[in-house]
Structure formats: structure tokens, C-alpha cells
Design a protein around this ligand. Structure first.
Ligand SMILES: [Fe+2]
Length: 274
């Protein structure tokens, strides 16, 4: 991808999100939240791309995926006043629909266009698709956006958990109540190194545990390094009340992260671009 194409997409994005400006503070704050999130996900993906020695054209493709990955969020929040896909619609599919209707990706090659649309579509899916026609190149970019996105959501929520209750953003955590206890299913998922499901979350503790379970879907060594440097996981872990299950989860996550740190580089990546 050429620099002019990326510049055109950046300008189009700013014009697109501008139409969602709202006089209502609740809407505007959450629109701004997603604009800023997009910008940081672009920064994150470039850091990961650099660590993977991606050349300029590939980095621009990665940045475009990051720029468009949450395009559906703006219409979603304005229409439904929630970021919960369960209570509204799948924001990734909505983003793909918006991109297709806008027709802006037609300036790219068919291959690049399809790759961007597919990466946006699967950026938030529970698992990475396992079909035979999935190319290793697509998987590489999909893993990049999934890691870059998770890094910033973990930043946002960990900062939010440090705030006093009245200053927190309820839309970030799907308005879950701050009640005692946690879901057995979510704890079991973590102890089995699986990402937890939002449908099993009933309160704020569950959501915090669910966020922590994302480490089982982090792919790149550089993403683990950034997580460690920035301390998000620790902040989330220590924001959960000291109940027995949480202590078990803490130990498990600590040992999982220690094992990752001592793993050789070539074992750490499940898929390399070919
Ligand atoms: Fe998203």
C-alpha cells in the first residue's frame, strides 16, 4: 500500500467520525473515547509491526486495519447507546458493511481490500478462523490487530478501575453491577488457558477476570513486553477483591506469564508471515 492511499483513508476516517458529533455529553464522550482508542491502536500496531520487521507497505496495511477496525462503534453507540454487541449488533460486521457501502477500499488491490475487510470482521471474534483457505498473511495481520486492540482496551479499563466509582465510565464495562463473587465458568476458563465469554459475565469482577483471560489470545512477544512494561494486568488483578478464586487466578496468570517470558522467540509465535 502507498502512503497516499493511507493518507486518503486517514482523512476519510476523520470526515466519517465527524458526523457523529453530538450535543449530548454521554454520546460525545464515548465517540471521543473510540476516536482516541483508534489512534492508540494505530500506534500499537505500528510498534508490533516494527518489532516483527514489517516493511513499509505492510506497516501501512496494518495501520489501515487499525484505523478501520472499530468503524462500526460510532454508528453502534449513537444508535443503541451501548458498546455491548449482545445488546445491539456485532460492531465488526457493522464496520465491514460501512466500509463496503463507502466503497473507499476500491482504490486498493483486490487482495489488500479483502484482507482489510476480513481482518475487521474477525478482529473481535472469540477465536481466530481455522478454515483451510485462510492464508498465513491474513492470519499475521489478524493477530496484529487483535493484539494491538487488546493492548489499548486493557489500558483503558485498567485506568478506569483506578478511578473512584463516580468517575468511571459505565459504558466501558457494559453497565455490569459491582456485586460480590465471580463466575465459576470464567474462573474455569482462565485455569484452562481459555478466553472467557461475555455471556458468562454477571458482574464487574467477572468482566475484570474476562479482560485478564485475554492474555490467552495474545500472539506477539512484543505485545507481552508492552503489557508487562505498562503494568495493565497487575492493575486489573489487584483491583479485584481478595476472594479465594481470585488468589488462585492470580497465581495461574503469574505462572503463565513467567512461562511466556522464558519461552524462546521462535516458539512464542504461533504463525509467521511467509
Ligand atoms: Fe472492536
Amino acid at each position: 500500500m502507498q502512503k497516499e492511499e493511507l493518507d486518503f483513508f486517514k482523512k476519510w476516517f476523520l470526515d466519517y467520525v465527524d458526523q457523529f458529533s453530538s450535543p449530548e455529553a454521554f454520546i460525545q464522550e464515548n465517540i471521543d473515547l473510540k476516536i482516541e482508542h483508534t489512534s492508540r491502536v494505530c500506534e500499537n500496531i505500528l510498534l508490533l509491526a516494527k518489532a516483527e520487521n514489517l516493511e513499509k507497505e505492510g506497516s501501512r496495511l496494518a495501520e489501515t486495519i487499525a484505523l478501520f477496525h472499530d468503524l462500526g462503534r460510532f454508528e453502534q453507540f449513537t444508535k443503541y447507546r451501548t458498546f455491548s454487541d449482545l445488546e445491539s449488533e456485532n460492531h465488526a460486521l457493522l464496520g465491514v458493511k460501512i466500509l463496503k457501502n463507502a466503497g473507499i477500499l476500491t482504490i486498493l488491490s483486490r487482495k489488500e481490500k479483502d484482507l482489510i475487510l476480513k481482518a475487521v470482521e474477525y478482529h473481535n471474534s472469540m477465536a481466530i478462523p481455522e478454515c483451510t483457505e485462510t492464508s498465513s498473511e491474513f492470519l499475521f495481520y489478524l493477530k496484529l490487530i487483535r493484539d494491538a486492540d487488546k493492548l489499548d482496551i486493557l489500558k483503558l479499563v485498567s485506568e478506569d478501575y483506578e478511578k473512584k466509582e463516580e468517575f468511571r465510565n459505565p459504558a466501558l464495562e457494559f453497565d455490569m453491577p459491582d456485586t460480590p463473587g465471580c463466575s465459576e465458568k470464567i474462573v474455569a476458563d482462565i485455569l484452562n488457558n481459555r478466553m472467557a465469554k461475555l455471556t458468562d459475565a454477571k458482574n464487574l469482577n467477572d468482566i475484570k477476570l474476562l479482560r485478564l483471560s485475554w492474555i490467552f489470545d495474545i500472539n506477539f512477544p512484543a505485545a507481552f513486553s508492552l503489557l508487562r512494561e505498562r503494568g495493565y494486568l497487575k492493575t486489573i488483578l489487584y483491583s479485584i477483591p481478595e476472594i479465594e478464586e481470585v488468589q488462585i487466578v492470580r497465581k495461574h496468570i503469574d505462572s503463565y506469564l513467567n512461562a511466556i517470558e522464558t519461552r524462546p522467540r521462535n516458539e512464542a509465535m504461533k504463525t509467521d508471515i511467509s
